[in-house]
Design a protein around this ligand. Structure first.
Ligand SMILES: [Zn+2]
Length: 265
């Protein structure tokens, strides 16, 4: 499932292809993509729009047009923009330079939402906390989100209003960096641990971006090399890179969770 580093990799690849280009033809083949709106209506709205910027907000891609209109793309489980022709094409956009942009989604959970300039900020603000690599994400903000919480710290991190863009992979990696057990109640993580967690989140995500995300071999995200450098994710039974103790697998916040039982307390 694409998380911040994977979505950021798509954003960086799409930006030079899209900025300044006009959408000359938009075909949306899958009505689920635009629910509850009719895909033909959405396609008509997008046609003739000229792209101003391609941004990323948490795990959302945001294509802003010169008219002020915005297209919010949520890739969810398996959405993506392949470089070459692909199966499971759900939408195709043709641009005024003759190129084609294909949206692919095997499991069809992804969504495209078109919003007016006055709706965009509200839509994103209701769903997303601060960008983890921006100045708005501070240890003080993290402390506020964790305070009094009985839910596992991992579950608090997966809540996109705590910090935008973390998913199962990078939450596990961040907790390993911070030496914090993912099952501990959020409210019991305090002081220096919060600062370590703040640093760990940024470190895990920066590493993921540098490696262009993680290819888990399931076709969901067929790029990147972060999978070769995971500290804990997908490494149950293998030795901890810090202390050699076998990595264990448990469940936290309803998700499979990998951690070192020795150095994550
Ligand atoms: Zn360890």
């Amino acid at each position: 499932m694409p998380e911040l580093p994977e979505v950021e990799t798509y954003r960086a690849a799409l930006e030079p292809r899209l900025v300044g280009r006009t959408l000359t033809r938009v075909e949306i083949h899958d009505p689920r993509l635009t629910l509850p709106r009719d895909p033909r209506e959405v396609a008509t709205e997008l046609k003739s729009e000229r792209v101003a910027t391609v941004q990323r907000c948490g795990k959302y891609l945001l294509v802003r047009f010169e008219s002020g209109l915005g297209l919010v793309v949520h890739l969810r489980m398996t959405g993506g923009f392949p470089e070459e022709a692909a199966t499971h094409e759900r939408a195709v956009v043709e641009l005024d330079d003759g190129s084609r942009l294909v949206y692919r989604d095997v499991r069809r959970f992804g969504t495209w939402v078109v919003l007016g300039p006055d709706e965009l900020d509200e839509y994103l603000a209701a769903r997303l906390g601060p960008e983890p690599l921006g100045t708005g994400f501070t240890a003080a903000h993290l402390r506020q989100r964790l305070a009094g919480r009985r839910a596992p710290v991992k579950a608090v991190l997966l809540d996109q209003r705590t910090v935008a863009g973390l998913g199962n992979i990078y939450a596990d990696e961040a907790l390993w960096h911070a030496r914090i057990n993912p099952l501990r109640p959020g409210g019991e993580v305090t002081g220096d641990e919060i600062r370590a967690l703040h640093r760990g989140i940024r470190r895990a995500l920066r590493q993921g971006i540098e490696r262009q995300g993680a290819n888990l071999g399931d076709g969901a995200y067929p790029r990147g090399s972060m999978q070769d450098e995971f500290a804990v994710y997908g490494r149950a039974g293998e030795p901890c890179l810090r202390c050699g103790t076998p990595i264990e697998k448990t469940r936290a916040g309803g998700r499979g969770t990998a951690y070192c039982p020795n150095c994550q307390r």
